[in-house]
Write a protein of this length. Structure first.
Length: 451
C-alpha cells in the first residue's frame, strides 16, 4: 500500500529534534519525510506474503505455520533444529544464554550493536578481527566483511579454548558498511575453527545480500543460483541467529537454527522462558507464514538485483557529489564517512550523530549514527570508545521508496556538504543508559548551530 508523507518546515524540525533530545530514535514517524533509520522491519511485503498471512495457524502448540517455516529453513540453510523468536536480538538472547558465560571471548567481524550488547551484558568480550581494508573507505576490496585469519589465529592461540564459545560471522557485516564475506573466507574461518575445536556461528540478517555479492564478485560462483550459494555458505556453520526483519522481508520475527541437538535442547528452555512455546516463540502463525514466503523471495536473483541496485544508485549519486562513502557500496545501506564530511567537529562531540542531525534539519531525512555513540563506553574504564570509522548509515527499506525519493536524499546531503565548513561543533550527552545507549540517549548542542 502507499501512505502520505508530510513535508515539514525547518522551524518544525528544529522544535521536534530539540524535543527528542537530539536523538533521531525519539522522533515520531510522522515527523520524518524519508526514513532511512533502518532496513529492519520497514520493508513492504509481497502479494504472496499477504496471501500467506490469511492462512496462518494460530494454534499455541504444533502450529502448521511453524512446520511450514521449519521446512523452509531446512531447505535453505540445511539445519535440522529450529526455534522461532520474535526478532533477532531475542534469538541472540536465547542462544547466548546457552553459550556465553562471564569471562568468555567472542571473536568475529565487527559485531553488530545488539550482538556486542548481549556479549558484554554477560560480562564477556567481543573481539573484532575484521580485515584492515574494512576501515579504509576508499579502498575497493570486494569483501570488506572478511575476517583477518592471522588476527583470528592470534586470538585462538593466546586464549584457552574453553573461554571461546564460538566464532561469529556477520553476513553481511553491517558495522563495516554492509560489506560481504567471501565464500573462501567462510571456508578458511571454518577450517581454523575446526582446528581449534570451536563452533562457527552466523549472524544472518542479510544472508541473501551476502550471497548476491558472492555471485557477482567471487570466481566460480557466477553460474550458481543464490539458493545454491546460501546452502553452501551454511554448510560451514554450526548454527545461526536471524533477524528476519531484514532478508526475511517481514515486519517482525527471528529464529535460531543449528545442527547441534544439545544447543537446541538447552535453548528450548530459554525460549519458553523468554519468548513463548517452542512452536511459536513470540511469533503469530500468520507472521511465520509470511516469513516462510519472504525467505524464498529474498533469495531470488531478480529481487536482489533490484534491491541492491537501488542502494548502488544512491551511492553513485553521493560519490558524484564528492561525498566520501564506504566503497564498494554495501548491500542494504550507504555509509557516509562522517569524519571526512565534518573534519572540524571534535571526536568527543559525536561527529556522525552531528551529521545525522544536520541531514534531518535540512530535509526531514532520518539516518542513523554508526560511530562513537553506538560504540558505547568501555565496560571497565567507562570511557568512550572511539571506533576507527564514524559513519552515518542511510539504510534503505526493501521495496518501499522509489529512486525519486533517493534523488531528494542525495540533493539534501549535498546541501549539507556545501556548508560543511560552517559546522564546527557537535553535541554532549545529558542522559545515557549503561548499555546500548544510542537507542535512548539524550543530547544537547555545543555552541551555535548553523542555519
Amino acid at each position: 500500500m502507499v501512505e502520505p508523507i508530510y513535508r515539514s518546515t525547518r522551524s518544525e524540525r528544529e522544535q521536534w529534534i530539540r524535543e527528542a533530545g537530539y536523538n533521531l530514535f525519539n522522533l515520531r514517524s510522522e515527523q520524518v519525510y524519508i526514513d532511512l533509520l533502518t532496513d529492519s522491519g520497514t520493508g513492504a511485503m509481497s502479494d504472496n506474503q499477504w496471501a500467506a498471512i490469511m492462512t496462518g495457524d494460530e494454534s499455541y502448540a504444533g502450529s502448521s505455520s511453524f512446520f511450514r517455516l521449519k521446512e523452509t529453513v531446512k531447505k535453505l540453510f540445511g539445519f535440522d533444529y529450529f526455534l522461532p523468536t520474535h526478532q533477532g536480538r531475542a534469538a541472540e538472547n536465547v542462544l547466548f544464554s546457552v553459550l556465553v558465560k562471564e569471562g568468555d571471548l567472542v571473536p568475529g567481524n565487527s559485531h553488530f550493536d545488539t550482538t556486542k550488547g548481549h556479549i558484554e551484558f554477560r560480562r564477556a568480550t567481543a573481539i573484532d578481527c575484521t580485515i584492515s581494508e574494512s576501515f579504509e573507505p576508499g579502498i575497493l576490496h570486494p569483501f570488506k566483511g572478511n575476517i583477518d585469519l592471522v588476527q583470528l589465529k592470534k586470538v585462538l592461540d593466546t586464549h584457552p579454548k574453553d573461554r571461546i564459545p564460538f566464532i561469529i560471522l556477520t553476513l553481511t557485516c553491517n558495522s563495516s558498511g554492509g560489506q560481504p564475506v567471501s565464500m573462501q573466507n567462510i571456508r578458511e574461518v571454518k577450517a581454523l575453527a575446526e582446528q581449534y575445536g570451536i563452533p562457527l556461528l552466523f549472524d544472518s540478517a542479510r544472508f541473501a545480500e551476502n550471497a548476491w555479492f558472492i555471485s557477482r564478485r567471487e570466481a566460480g560462483y557466477e553460474a550458481k543460483t543464490i539458493k545454491e550459494i546460501v546452502f553452501e555458505m551454511y554448510s560451514y556453520a554450526d548454527g545461526m541467529t536471524m533477524s528476519s526483519k531484514k532478508d526475511g522481508i517481514v515486519n517482525i520475527g527471528g529464529f535460531i537454527a543449528t545442527k547441534h541437538k544439545d544447543w537446541y535442547d538447552q535453548a528450548c528452555t530459554y525460549n519458553i522462558m523468554f519468548e513463548g512455546f517452542v512452536t511459536y516463540g513470540g511469533m503469530a502463525g500468520r507472521d511465520m507464514n509470511a516469513l516462510a514466503v519472504g525467505l524464498e523471495e529474498a533469495s531470488e536473483t531478480a529481487y536482489l538485483e533490484s534491491r541492491i541496485g537501488q542502494v548502488q544508485y544512491l551511492g553513485a549519486q553521493l560519490s558524484g557529489y564528492g561525498i566520501e562513502v564506504q566503497q564498494p557500496f554495501g548491500g542494504h545501506a550507504i555509509f557516509v564517512n562522517a569524519r571526512h564530511f565534518l573534519p572540524h567537529v571534535p571526536k568527543e562531540e559525536f561527529i556522525a550523530q552531528t551529521l545525522c542531525i544536520e541531514l534531518y534539519l535540512e530535509a526531514g531525512i532520518r539516518g542513523v549514527e554508526v560511530g562513537t555513540l553506538m560504540a558505547d563506553r568501555d565496560p571497565e574504564s567507562r570511557e568512550n570508545r572511539y571506533p576507527k570509522l564514524e559513519f552515518m548509515r542511510l539504510a534503505l527499506p526493501r521495496r518501499v521508496y522509489t529512486n525519486l525519493h533517493l534523488d531528494v536524499v542525495a540533493a539534501a546531503l549535498k546541501n549539507v556538504f556545501d556548508r560543511r565548513n560552517t559546522i564546527t561543533s557537535g553535541y554532549r550527552i545529558l542522559e545515557e543508559a549503561p548499555i546500548l545507549r544510542h537507542f535512548t540517549v539524550k543530547l544537547e548542542p555545543i555552541g551555535e548551530r548553523p542555519v
